[in-house]
Design a protein around this ligand. Structure first.
Ligand code: ASP
Ligand code: MG
Length: 406
């Protein structure tokens, strides 16, 4: 019998009516003859609410307690969905991440899945149950509860699909699929029928919020097809798979944007071996991810170094970098947290000249100043002022003719 994994996001299970709607959709998949495993997120803004609650109680909540607290959101929605299926006359059982055999390392709030022990899930499926798994959580070797990082239920779903050998992992959300750009910014944005894993990974990492990037990476690694579709309609959605069709290969496929960008410029450090290591090693130890790094050509052996971090990491990054810069005789650190990233993504850019130039011209024609540029194999990213991000995404959508995309 075919096995499918479905995942429903927080907005799809936000209240009791929506949970009943999800139950009907799950029931339909079961009626169509599949074994069904369902992964759920917490209802609506539950995770944010729990997080706020923790910070009302304590300035620095214990990592362990914090993860147990956040994991309860998904437990609530999984039990309610099991009850809703029960009321419809279906056999269903809810399992926490730990009960479902999701084993992780012990990095609280960003735990990595080490392995999935599928015994319990398989035995419940054999009994004819629809199995509902609480997303976003796992358990360490010492049986402590961990969470997988914000948006982590996608990763739970793909990990289960991989371990159970599911035919497909269906991610149901409040948008109808993956678009050429955020449709709230670009009304002409087109829904893609399919997109390659690599392209989706870049889009997700550079700001497209439709899927967790770790989930895409996992799907890619194990070659599990992923469908992204709406839980509120029967519109076909977007399939993320190995290779998009031949005729759409040689193009920019999508534009991602991200307004969670802050920049730090270290001014006037001497240009000699060891300075970059002195600055970035303590940042790495503090688990701060650095995105773009640019070092200027030096004049009289003095140079400036600029890097970007997520805005939420800026204060922490500054508290680490400022003393280092002083100790190596640097002049000062300047920050700017009103920036945004816009990226064009497409495998077609590989080995094809001209994409960067077209991107820069489109931004120039709209009077948008580029502050930093980074390029990767299938992506070009410009860092610009946050207040121009809508204009930039629209300009690029038009310049690369994405409204013609299918
Ligand atoms: N509930 C968690 C969050 O809001 C995980 C998820 O939704 O995937 O981040
Ligand atoms: Mg959520």
């Amino acid at each position: 019998m075919a096995l499918i994994v479905q995942k429903y996001g927080g907005s799809s299970v936000a209240d009791s009516e929506k949970i009943k709607n999800v139950a009907r959709r799950v029931a339909k998949a079961k009626d169509e003859g599949s074994q069904v495993v369902v992964v759920v997120s917490a209802m609506g803004d539950t995770t944010d609410d729990l997080l706020k609650l923790a910070y009302q109680i304590s300035e620095q909540p214990s990592d362990r307690e914090f993860d147990i607290l956040l994991s309860t959101g998904e437990i609530v929605s999984s039990t309610l969905l099991a009850m809703a299926l029960g009321s419809l006359g279906y056999k269903a059982i809810s399992l926490s991440g730990a009960q479902a055999g999701i084993h992780t390392d012990s990095s609280y709030s960003r735990a990595r899945i080490l392995r999935v022990d599928t015994k319990r899930v398989v035995s419940e499926l054999r009994k004819g149950n629809i199995v509902i798994v609480a997303g976003f959580q796992g358990v360490t070797g010492k049986r402590d509860i961990t969470t997988l990082g914000r948006g982590g239920s996608d990763t739970t779903a793909v990990a289960l699909a991989v371990s159970l050998g599911a035919e497909i992992c269906q991610i149901y959300t409040d948008v109808e699929g993956v678009y050429t750009a955020d449709p709230r910014l670009v009304p002409q944005a087109k829904k893609l029928k399919e997109i390659g894993y690599e392209e989706m990974l870049e889009l997700a990492t550079y700001g497209a919020r439709v899927m967790h990037n770790r989930a895409v990476e996992l799907g890619w690694l194990y070659n599990v097809p992923i469908l992204v579709a709406s839980s509120f309609s029967d519109s076909p959605g977007t399939t993320i798979c190995k290779e998009a069709s031949m005729e759409v290969k040689n193009k920019v496929r999508g534009i991602a944007h991200d307004t969670n960008v802050a920049k730090v410029t270290v001014v006037g450090v001497s240009d000699h071996p060891g300075i970059a290591a002195a600055i970035f090693e303590p940042l790495a130890r503090a688990n701060i991810s650095i995105d773009t790094i640019v070092q200027n050509a030096s004049i009289n052996n003095i140079t400036d170094l600029t890097f970007t971090v997520a805005r939420s990491d800026l204060l922490k990054a500054m508290s680490i970098v400022e003393p280092v810069v002083k100790s190596v005789g640097g002049k000062q650190c300047v920050t700017d947290s009103t920036l945004a990233k816009v990226s064009i993504v497409g495998t077609g850019m590989q080995n094809t000249p001209g994409y960067a130039a077209r991107m820069f011209r489109a931004l120039y024609e709209h009077g948008i100043n580029i502050q930093l540029i980074t390029t990767a194999e299938i992506r070009i990213t410009c860092i610009i002022s946050e207040d121009r991000v809508t204009d930039a995404v629209r300009a690029l959508h038009q310049a690369f003719e994405l409204e013609k995309e299918t």
